[in-house]
Design a protein around this ligand. Structure first.
Ligand code: ADP
Length: 621
């Protein structure tokens, strides 16, 4: 085969399109690849013009043709047109040649670069996307070459490098240029490791400056590889200040939680409702109930299983109900809980419910308190209260009975007594001085006894009447009341030379008759128990928010402190009848009246220094 023959075969079998054209562009010949590329048969190609297969709007076409005309050859990129009109990118290499004596021709090789272009486009898109990502992220990316010179960095690095690293980044500079000399050995080792394929990471604290507060960054160093070969280093800087601060706050909060848990005696718990996991902290569980925290952590239903069976249902239902109420923030309950030693403790359990935006419960944090002691004292108190109430009821009953008895006795005794007295008097009238002296004495004793019995019965009747009649409390002017009382004692005062001083007195709400009797008893005692000088009695009052306090002061014989309380007990007397007459009922009646008015009665006295009787009357009667 001749050389020409060989070339022919080569061209026919080539992958690229080969064209032989006239200088005006008319195709003279085309190979099989050209047919396939453009969709023509070889016959169809003949006579086809350049314009039909090359887009005349291809950028730079005119220039390329001009260049070919001048230099005889051109290599350029154009747009091809297939027979079906479809356009595609082509790489064109064209030479003008002329065989001796013949007219000039062009030989053109066309390579379909559609695939190449597509790849290029894909690569460009990928690169663009990468750039967009890198330039829109908050993280810094810096690329170093093998010699650790900066070869590229993203936009945020440009903006922040000065702030974060104290130096502006410049391509071409060594990464060590701005490094702290002290850290240099460490950094050199680090980069050497990375260039050997290792990935390194460190956290650096950048102290605060006038421009910014303290910043904490996490830096990641990774080898940059191309076709498996390490060609440099990629540095990624991530600002973790906020995350670190949050972490610190969380740590602090957790720490505080632990301290609180330690400080309190309660059993502290944290229930993740969604996961149904309970975290227990502090020593409460051990101290109060005798369980180890680890023991509780490993048992799924640790708590529920130890709630007293009689309380469990109620406790669960109540808790479920509260958790269901989307606005409820607290749950609390009291129930019995089994200790490690098998006995039951009364507990007060209270939790704070953390809810999501919809109000669904997410977590509950709470404390369990051992209230067994309180419960015990409560029940003791209750029992004591009940006993007291029973006793009080009994007392009331016996008091009522006593009063009834006193009333009936004194009332019913009056009649036979009256009979005894009148017959005794008749007896005296007829027989006194007629029998003998002894008989006269007996008659005297009998009459005297009957008289005394009469006074006693009258006083007793008086005593039993206080409180037995329906009590009417009305506005009572004590000033007026005492003026009347003064009249009652007018004669006695004249006889004994006694003086009664009455200060300004209030209007009070009281049972008028009883209040009169109360003052009467006190004044009559003050007159009765006088000393050597003429009695002088002063009456005054004070008041506070709750009560009026009256005082009846005398200059009498006084009372020894040991009798200050006894004198208010019925029938208690300090003197014999021969010294001072009386039945010992007067002050008991006073006490009863005062108590009916919500007050108290007491005395302040010393023998020989007079006495002051005080009594109070409640304003809220
Ligand atoms: P009675 O006067 O009938 O004995 P009271 O109940 O009125 O009974 O008084 C009880 C006792 O208190 C009296 O026996 C007397 O010893 C003492 N007492 C009462 N008032 C005075 C007073 N103003 N000064 C001294 N002693 C008094």
């Amino acid at each position: 085969m001749t050389d020409t023959g060989v070339y022919r075969v080569m061209i026919e079998n080539a992958m690229d399109a080969f064209f032989l054209t006239k200088t005006d562009g008319t195709i003279l010949d085309a190979n099989a690849a050209a047919c396939q590329m453009f969709g023509y048969t070889q016959e169809e190609f003949r006579g086809v013009g350049r314009k039909q297969i090359i887009d005349i709007d291809s950028p730079g076409l005119v220039d390329h043709l001009k260049k070919r005309q001048e230099s005889g050859k051109v290599v350029c990129e154009l747009i091809g047109i297939k027979k079906n009109g479809e356009k595609f990118p082509i790489w064109v290499s064209s030479v003008i040649f002329s065989e001796e004596g013949n007219e000039q021709k062009t030989f053109t090789i066309i390579h379909d670069i559609s695939e190449l272009k597509k790849r290029e486009e894909e690569l460009r898109t990928a690169e663009r996307n990468m750039r967009v990502i890198l330039n829109n992220t908050n993280e810094l990316f810096i690329v170093l070459d093998k010699d650790l010179n900066i070869i590229n960095f993203n936009k945020v690095t440009e903006e922040k490098s000065r702030k974060l690293l104290g130096v502006p980044f410049e391509k071409g500079r060594s990464i060590f240029d701005s490094a702290d000399p002290q850290r240099l050995p460490y950094l050199k080792q680090l980069y050497a490791d990375v260039l050997n394929g290792a990935i390194r990471q460190n956290i650096v604290e950048i102290p605060s400056t006038s421009e910014h507060p303290k910043i904490i960054v996490e830096i990641r160093y990774a080898p940059l590889k191309e076709n498996g070969e390490i060609i440099g280093v990629i540095i990624n800087v991530h600002d973790i200040t906020e995350a670190k601060e949050k972490e610190a706050i969380l740590l602090q909060t957790n720490e505080r939680f632990h301290y609180v848990a330690k400080a309190t005696n309660d059993a502290i718990w944290d229930w993740d409702i969604k996961k149904d996991e309970v975290l227990r902290v502090g020593d409460g569980l051990k101290n109060i109930f005798g369980y180890e925290i680890e023991e509780a952590a490993h048992e799924k239903n640790f708590w529920i299983d130890r709630v007293h069976p009689a309380d469990l249902q109620n406790m669960l239902e109540k808790r479920k109900y509260i958790l269901f109420q989307t606005k409820e923030l607290y749950w609390e309950d009291e129930y019995r809980f089994r200790r490690a030693n098998g006995t039951y403790a009364y507990v007060f359990d209270k939790g704070y419910i953390i809810r999501d935006k919809e109000g669904n419960p997410e977590r509950m944090i709470g404390a369990t308190q051992d209230v067994s002691q309180r419960k015990e004292s409560e029940s003791l108190l209750l029992e004591l209260n009940n006993r007291l109430k029973k006793r009080a009821d009994e007392l009331i009953n016996s008091n009522v009975e006593l009063e009834r008895f006193a009333y009936v006795a004194s009332h019913d005794l009056q009649e036979p007594l009256r009979m005894v007295t009148s017959f005794l008097q008749l007896f005296r009238k007829r027989y006194e001085g007629k029998i003998d002296e002894t008989a006269d004495q007996y008659i005297h004793f009998a009459v005297d006894g009957a008289e005394r019995m009469k006074t006693l019965i009258m006083d007793l009747l008086e005593y039993s009447r206080v409180g037995s009649s329906a009590e009417v409390f009305q506005e009572t002017d004590t000033g007026e009341l005492l003026a009347t009382l003064k009249d009652v004692f007018y004669k006695t005062c004249e006889e004994t030379g006694a003086v009664i001083h009455i200060g300004k007195m209030p209007v009070v709400k009281a049972n008028k008759t009883q209040l009169f009797q109360l003052f009467q008893n006190l004044v009559s005692n003050a007159l009765k128990y006088h000393g050597n000088q003429a009695p002088e009695i002063s009456m005054s009052f004070e008041e506070n928010e709750d009560e009026y306090i009256f005082a009846v002061k005398d200059n009498g014989i006084g009372i020894d402190a040991s009798f200050h309380e006894k004198i208010f007990v019925i029938f208690q007397r300090l003197h014999s009848r021969t010294e001072y007459s009386g039945t010992g009922i007067g002050l008991a009646i006073c006490k009863k009246i005062v108590e009916r008015h919500g007050g108290k009665i007491w005395v302040s006295s010393e023998p020989g220094k007079g006495s002051t009787f005080f009594f109070s009357i409640s304003k809220r009667i």
